[in-house]
Design a protein around this ligand. Structure first.
Ligand code: CA
Length: 238
């Protein structure tokens, strides 16, 4: 488990010497690091936990850095990515930036320059991370690291796909659309189940429990909170 107070950087690079050097320098600067030496391993590492930044070499065995970048952005992740490119690959730089890389640095690079770019990208993250245009992007409702696609009924938390039953989905959608508002059980019941269930608010508690198992249990922070004597609220803080 990573120390949560440190920013974490995933190093994706197949040259062992460079990986070693990056690990030493980044850890010395106070970052937590992880490494992957091929594209497939890197994608698994990306899915397995939340990273603050990814350093991504373009020429990789298994899956190219560009393909990996496409897949990461395909998961609607906005994690900042700095590409490590060879001097002569202008096209890779351009397509990398088009696909939503935050920056790139040409190899061989000076460590000081890379560290400066990492600091700059981490400072600007959230605000300016380019997300590639995506026709169904507009259908995504986002709350914290939770995303719900109202067209395809896909649900993603912290880049992990979550599979919900139709009712669980309806309930979650209602919570997301009314985020940060305290919703009483009767209100939820009426909105999600309709009038025929009127009065039987226990079903709300049951489904909230199902939903928590899928979108909250096992994640760093809970999003569904109980408001004693009233109902529930979807919010970030505890
Ligand atoms: Ca390489």
């Amino acid at each position: 488990m990573l120390n949560l107070s440190k920013e974490s950087i995933l190093i994706v690079e197949d040259e062992e010497k460079i990986v070693r050097l990056l690990e030493i320098e980044l850890e010395y600067e106070g970052y937590e690091t992880g490494k992957a030496m091929d594209g497939i391993d890197a994608f698994d590492m990306f899915l397995s936990q939340k990273w603050d930044l990814i350093l991504l070499d373009i020429m990789l065995p298994g899956m190219s850095g560009i393909e990996l970048l496409r897949r990461i952005r395909g998961k609607n992740s906005t994690v900042p990515i700095i590409l490590l490119t060879a001097k002569d690959s202008i096209e890779d730089k351009v397509s990398g930036l088009d696909l939503g890389a935050s920056d790139y640095i040409t190899k061989p690079f000076r460590m000081e320059e890379l560290l400066a770019r990492i600091r700059a990208v981490l400072r600007m993250r959230q605000a300016t991370i380019p997300v590639p245009p995506n026709p169904i992007e507009d259908e995504w409702l986002q709350f914290s690291d939770l995303r719900v696609n109202d067209k395809t009924r896909e649900v993603v938390r912290s880049n992990l796909d979550v599979s919900l039953t139709p009712k669980e989905y309806d309930l979650l959608l209602y919570l997301v659309k009314n985020k940060r508002q305290v919703l009483d059980r009767g209100q939820i019941l009426e909105a999600v189940w309709g009038y025929e269930y009127h009065g039987d608010t226990k079903i709300v508690d049951v489904y909230i429990r199902y939903l928590r198992k899928k979108i909250d249990v096992g994640f760093d922070t809970a999003l569904i909170h109980t408001v004693r004597g009233v109902g529930y609220v979807l919010k970030e803080a505890t």
